[in-house]
Design a binder for this molecule. Structure first.
Ligand code: CP
Length: 308
């Protein structure tokens, strides 16, 4: 039962609930018109304390496509946050204005704090370098759409695995599906947090191989998930400059990958996938962003108890 729940961490959703959301999202993608009045009379609030294109606008698009309405801010500087209002007071008030809230915040744990003061469901739209559960819904929907099943997959995840919240949520989620193997490719400075690696190995006994080489492993995986080196999470500009060009996927490198590779990226991209790669039929990152609307439609509908 998803109605009324907060979605803060990837582990808030069981595998069964993830499948329910993905299956509803697939139906919505196949026949969006059928769901055009599902959330009539309901209001979504988007509280974004950090920049976003896909997450905020796909949530807004999702609600509007289901006949609901949207309020919120995309820049906290234009809200009473600027006057010093805290998250608890903001969410107490917003709970009276909206039926469901999406929050993005640069501080890890901010959406969790909001959920403790909210009378309506709070969805984490990304908190610092911690979690991004609705990106993961988008990602597993994309895998299901192209690979037909979320099992027996060897996935390489490449880039900033230390600060990448999309990566953290994806690892926590995919590790619970059958026979998933991870190849984690990063500079040694940006390896996944030790506690996260240990907890998913201990809990789910998944195979994880860590490496610094994309070239050595690109031929051997079903899915390649590229990520951006995230300038905004670095403490020093010099360190960012040193690492930003670590991995650049080019058509030349892709020649060595499988014909049925699924190439994903949560976006935005900076320089880690060259523009020529966009022509490759295996590149599905823009399609992934499109599917994100349906993942979020399904989630909103289920949290509001409006899935039928
Ligand atoms: N993938 C993602 O979260 O994109 P935005 O930062 O544009 O929302």
């Amino acid at each position: 039962m998803l109605q009324g729940r907060h979605i803060i961490d990837a582990s808030d959703l069981s595998v069964e609930e993830l499948s329910t959301i993905v299956n509803l999202a697939l139906k919505m993608n196949a026949d969006p018109e059928k769901f055009s009045n599902l959330c009539k009379g309901k209001i979504l609030a988007t509280l974004f304390y950090e920049p976003s294109t896909r997450t905020r606008l796909s949530f807004e698009s999702a609600m509007l496509r289901m006949g609901g309405s949207v309020i919120g801010f995309s820049d906290a500087e234009t809200s009473s946050v600027k006057k010093g209002e805290n998250i608890a007071d903001t969410i107490r008030v917003l709970s009276n204005y909206a039926h469901i809230v999406v929050m993005r915040h640069p501080r890890e744990g901010a959406p969790l704090l909001a959920s403790q003061y909210s009378r309506v469901p709070v969805i984490n739209g990304g908190d610092g370098g911690h979690q991004h559960p609705t990106q993961t819904l988008t990602d597993i929907l994309t895998i299901k759409y192209y690979k037909k099943d979320i099992r027996d997959i060897k996935i390489a995840i490449c880039g900033d695995l230390l600060f990448g919240r999309t990566v953290h949520s994806l690892l926590k989620t995919l590790s619970r599906f059958p026979n998933i193997e991870f190849v984690l490719i990063s500079p040694s400075e940006l390896r996944i947090p030790y506690h996260l690696k240990n907890s998913i190995i201990e809990k789910h006994n998944v195979k994880i191989f860590e490496t610094t080489s994309l070239e050595e492993h690109i031929n051997d995986v079903n899915v390649l998930y590229m990520t951006r080196i995230q300038k905004e999470r670095f403490f020093s500009e010099d360190e960012y400059i040193k690492l930003k060009g670590s991995y650049i996927l080019t058509p030349e490198k892709l020649k060595h990958a499988r014909k049925d590779l699924l190439l994903m990226h949560p976006l935005p991209r900076v320089n880690e996938i060259s523009y020529e790669v966009d022509m490759d039929p295996r590149a599905k990152y823009f399609e992934q962003a499109r599917l994100g609307v349906f993942a979020r439609m399904a989630l909103i509908a289920l949290l509001l108890g409006r899935s039928h």
